[in-house]
Ligand binder design. Structure first.
Ligand code: PNS
Length: 163
């Protein structure tokens, strides 16, 4: 029987954006299972708490009708979570050359920590190249319209939280 290929897409997802959804959709074409792993850093202040980030991701995936996707949280080293998940593929999205330095450093460090993991980079659609969770938080915080940038459930939740 053919081995199921699973990949882990880690990140803060604070909040999930249409750019993340685009990467998840692309990963779903390549892998049998995509595990979205939301980092929990107790020391870091986030806009949404972990359970909210997870439920927004789940609701967004329903909106976009994406299958084969699981959403989990993890803390500590990503390579340790990879072992727990039984996956050796890390998915990361690239938007522009400016992402490269940080992503290159992280991929090589993860490879040093565990020779088994491989990072696969997927390019977002050019229309999302300017999009990030931090920009979404900033625009929403100043009352701007984020409806074209994030799934509907995220836009509604942020509007409700900021009012
Ligand atoms: O969406 P983000 O914030 O760019 O995601 C960064 C993330 C969560 C993938 C990265 O910070 C991470 O993997 N953290 C876990 C800690 C770890 O394993 N660090 C060593 C790898 S550099």
């Amino acid at each position: 029987m053919k081995k199921r290929r699973s990949a882990v897409y880690p990140g803060s997802f604070d909040p999930i954006t249409n750019g993340h959804v685009d990467i998840i959709r692309r990963a779903g074409i390549l892998f049998d299972e995509v595990i979205i792993a939301v980092i929990v850093k107790p020391s870091k202040k986030t806009f949404f708490r972990t359970p909210e980030r997870i439920s927004l991701i789940k609701n967004s995936l329903r909106e976009f009708d994406l299958e084969k996707v699981k959403v989990v949280s993890f803390s500590g080293l990503l390579v340790n979570y990879m072992k727990e998940a039984g996956s050796e593929i890390i998915i990361r999205g690239l938007r522009a050359v400016s992402d490269f330095d940080y992503e290159f450093q992280m991929a090589l460090m993860n490879r040093k920590l565990s020779g088994r993991v491989e990072t696969v980079f997927l390019m977002t659609d050019a229309k999302f190249s300017y999009l990030s969770s931090s920009i979404v938080r900033e625009i929403a915080g100043m009352g701007g319209d984020i409806s074209a940038l994030v799934p509907g459930c995220v836009a509604r939740k942020m509007r409700g939280q900021i009012k």
